[in-house]
Ligand binder design. Structure first.
Ligand code: URA
Length: 442
C-alpha cells in the first residue's frame, strides 16, 4: 500500500522504539506533523510514547522532537524590546507556585518574561490551571495577544495553544492520559520547546528532585540538567539549571486557589521562607545571567527590593488585569475561607518532623478532587491543603501540622489518612538539607 509523501510508517517507528533502536530526525518530524493533522491516531501516538517511556530517546531524537514541537507553532523574536528577555520553567512539583512569583518579580526588575506554561501533569500541578482559579483569568492567548502583552506589560503567562507549541499541547495531554509523563526525553522536549518558541535569551530551569517530582534522585537530575543545557546551548540560549529538593511540599499551600493566594502573600512580603528564598534566588540569577546586573550581590538586592517595595505585587496585578482576571473578587472571597469542610491535621506525638512525603500530599489532593485525572475527571480548584510544618521542625503532641479543605467530610477524612501515612515524627532531628541541591550552567 502506498503512503502519502512524508506520512510516517508509525508501526515501524513503534517497533524500532520497542526494540531500543532509534528513529531518525526526519521520522520524528513526520510523526509529530502527521499527529497534529490527525493522520496518526491517538492510540498509535500513545504506543510510540509508551515505547519511548520504556526505552528512552537519544540526544539526536530529543533534539528532533524539540525542534518539531517548536516548528508546530509560532516562534517569537523580541527585537527592539529594550529589556533582556528571560524565562523560567519547573519540571513540576507539589505546592510549586514559584512561577506565579518569579514572573512578576522578574518583570518588576526590568526583565521581559514571555512564559508559556502547562496544565497539571500526572501528580504535579500546572501554573495555568492555578491561574484559572482567579475569576475570568484568560490563559489561552493567541500569538498576537501574547506578543502585545509582553511588549506592553513586560510579562505574560499563557498556556500552549493552537498558535503556541500546539504539538506540545496535544502530546502533553496524551502523555497525561497514558501514563507516559515521567520520561526524561519527553519532559526535556516538552519544556525546551516552550522555552525556545517563546524566544527568551536567558533561561532558568528548576529541576525538582524527590518523592514529589518526576526525577527521584540527584544523579538522574544532573544527567537531565545536562540534556536541557545542551538543547539550550545548541539554540544559542544561556541556560542555568537549579536542582531543588521536592521531598516535602514547597511553601505551605497545596491546591490551585490556595496556591495563588500563597503566591500573592509572597508578593505582599509575608510568604513562607522556602518559597521566598527560591523565588528571589531564581530572579537574582536571571538578572545576573541576562547581564542586567552582572554582580551577584547587586542582582540579589534588585530582586529583594522589587519584592519589598510592592513593585512585584503591582506587576502581578497588571499581568492578571491584562489577561482579564478579576483579582479583586478573588481577594474578597479568599479561597482558604471558602472551604465547605475543614479538618485539622495533628501530630500524635512530640518530636522532630522527619518526613512530610510530597508524593503523599499530592495523592491527598487528588483524593479531594484537586488534581487532573481524578475519579470523576473534574478538576476542583477550590479544595486544598495547608502543611505548615517543615522537615526538622519541632512539634508537640496534639499540635496542628496544618489542615485540609474539602467539599465533604468523606473526602476530607480519606485525604487526611493519606497525608498522615506520609508524615513521621521522631526523637532525633533529621539531617538538615538545603532546598537548593546544586546548579549547572551552560
Ligand atoms: N513541564 C513541562 O512543561 N513538560 C513536562 O513534560 C513536564 C513538566
Amino acid at each position: 500500500m502506498s503512503r502519502e509523501p512524508n506520512m510516517p510508517n508509525v508501526l515501524e517507528l513503534i517497533e524500532a522504539k520497542k526494540a531500543s533502536r532509534t528513529n531518525t530526525a526526519a521520522e520524528i518530524a513526520d510523526l509529530v506533523r502527521a499527529y497534529l493533522t490527525d493522520e496518526v491516531p491517538d492510540h498509535q501516538m500513545a504506543d510510540w510514547l509508551m515505547a519511548v517511556r520504556l526505552n528512552g530517546l537519544n540526544e539526536t531524537e530529543i533534539a528532533a522532537l524539540t525542534e518539531s514541537f517548536v516548528r508546530s507553532g509560532r516562534s517569537f523574536k523580541w527585537d527592539g524590546l529594550g529589556s533582556p528577555v528571560v524565562d523560567k520553567h519547573s519540571t513540576g512539583g507539589v505546592g510549586d507556585k514559584t512561577s506565579l512569583v518569579v514572573v512578576p518579580l522578574a518583570a518588576a526588575c526590568g526583565l521581559a518574561v514571555p512564559k508559556i506554561s502547562g496544565r497539571g501533569l500526572s501528580f504535579t500541578g500546572g501554573t495555568v490551571d492555578k491561574l484559572e482559579a482567579i475569576p475570568a483569568m484568560r490563559v489561552e492567548l493567541d500569538a498576537i495577544e501574547f506578543e502585545r502583552q509582553v511588549r506592553g506589560v513586560g510579562a505574560a503567562i499563557v498556556s500552549q495553544s493552537a498558535d503556541l507549541v500546539p504539538a506540545d499541547r496535544r502530546i502533553y495531554e496524551l502523555r497525561d492520559a497514558t501514563g507516559t509523563v515521567d520520561a526524561p526525553g519527553l519532559i526535556a522536549a516538552s519544556i525546551m520547546s516552550k522555552k525556545l518558541a517563546a524566544g527568551a535569551g536567558t533561561l532558568l530551569i528548576d529541576v525538582k528532585v524527590g518523592s514529589g517530582a518526576f526525577i527521584k534522585d540527584h544523579e538522574s537530575a544532573a544527567q537531565f540538567a545536562e540534556m536541557l543545557i545542551e538543547i539550550g546551548k545548541a539554540a544559542g540560549r544561556n541556560v542555568r539549571v537549579l536542582l531543588t529538593g521536592m521531598d516535602q511540599p514547597l511553601g505551605y499551600a497545596v491546591g490551585h486557589a490556595v496556591e495563588v493566594e500563597e503566591a500573592l502573600r509572597v508578593l505582599k512580603g509575608n510568604g513562607p521562607p522556602d518559597l521566598v528564598e527560591l523565588a528571589v534566588t531564581i530572579v537574582a540569577a536571571l538578572i545576573r545571567d541576562s547581564g542586567l546586573r552582572p554582580a551577584p550581590r547587586a542582582a540579589r538586592q534588585r530582586a529583594e527590593r522589587a519584592l519589598a517595595s510592592g513593585a512585584a505585587e503591582s506587576k502581578f496585578r497588571e499581568i492578571v488585569a491584562a489577561q482579564g482576571g478579576d483579582l479583586e473578587s478573588f481577594e474578597r472571597d479568599l479561597p482558604h475561607k471558602q472551604m465547605p469542610v475543614k479538618r485539622s491535621i495533628e501530630s500524635d506525638r512530640a518530636g522532630y518532623v522527619t518526613q512530610i512525603d510530597a508524593g503523599a500530599v499530592a495523592s491527598a489532593l487528588r483524593e479531594l478532587g484537586g488534581a487532573r485525572r481524578t475519579k470523576n475527571g473534574e478538576l476542583d480548584r477550590d479544595v486544598g491543603l495547608y502543611i505548615t510544618k517543615k522537615l526538622g521542625d519541632v512539634v508537640a503532641a496534639g499540635e496542628e501540622w496544618g489542615w485540609i479543605g474539602a467539599r465533604d467530610a468523606e473526602s476530607a477524612e480519606a485525604a487526611k489518612r493519606i497525608v498522615l501515612r506520609g508524615m513521621s515524627v521522631d526523637d532525633s532531628a533529621p539531617p538538615s538539607r538545603n532546598l537548593i541541591l546544586g546548579q549547572m550552567v551552560g
